[in-house]
Ligand binder design. Structure first.
Ligand SMILES: [Zn+2]
Length: 227
């Protein structure tokens, strides 16, 4: 945690130096001078270290802040606890980014705890492994039940894949080792995530986020569902 703070200080100083006097480092090609630099909060699962890390990182001063060191194998309730402890201590007027967290219910639960942004390999990696994420949970396309299933992967979804292809066809592509299966399922999963975040933003705007949260948690299950 202390090393992260030292790195943050050096990185911030260097970025400001390059912004103010790019001629001092002619070898550095600044392609995006307006980019935001994120300070990363560490501290594992220790609340006191998290608080110390927040204070030291915010004191340096960044355009935005990230919560690092989570989703690395700890139980999900511990992750929620650390996010719930850490996110509210970050400045309200700066984006808060939770690194590497990615199940759809995690997004909903961590927004509830004050997070704005996420990134994760899950939507694309799971798509390549034949897992489609839907409102109801995970659909495992290789399951035999989909071999003659003419319905779209998710009948409620507006994505290109769901509007054009059946479960049976996607399963056929997947079982044949055809790369198109990975592409089409990635299209669906990314659409699902972007749509979920859009619905979350709308619900916050309309003051109905808690309603969305309870409805989502009622219908979404992590275990593969018979769809
Ligand atoms: Zn879809």
């Amino acid at each position: 945690m202390e090393r992260s703070v030292r790195w943050a200080r050096r990185a911030r100083a260097r970025l400001i130096e390059l912004r103010e006097d790019p001629a001092s480092a002619p070898a550095v090609i600044v392609t995006n001078p307006g980019q935001a630099q994120f300070g990363i909060v560490q501290g594992g699962t220790d609340p006191a270290l998290r608080t110390e890390s927040v204070q030291a990182t915010v004191a340096i001063g960044f355009e935005a802040y990230a919560i690092g060191g989570l989703s690395v194998g700890e139980p999900v309730d511990v992750m929620y606890e650390v996010v719930g402890h850490t996110a509210p201590q970050l400045p309200a007027d700066r984006p808060r980014y939770l690194m590497g967290t990615g199940m759809p219910d995690d997004l909903v639960e961590c927004v509830a705890r004050g997070v704005d942004m996420f990134d994760c390999v899950l939507p694309t990696r799971n798509a390549r492994n034949g897992q489609l994420l839907t409102q109801h949970g995970v659909l495992v396309i290789k399951n035999a039940q989909y071999a003659t299933d003419g319905r779209p992967p998710d009948p409620d979804c507006g994505c290109y894949t769901c509007r054009h292809f059946s479960r049976a066809y996607l399963r056929h592509l997947y079982m044949a080792g055809e790369m198109t299966a990975a592409t089409l399922m990635t299209v669906h999963n990314l659409y699902f995530y972007l749509d979920l975040m859009r619905r979350i933003r709308d619900a916050i705007g309309f003051g109905s986020f808690e309603k969305l949260r309870s409805e989502f948690l009622q219908t979404f299950s992590r275990r593969p569902q018979p769809h």
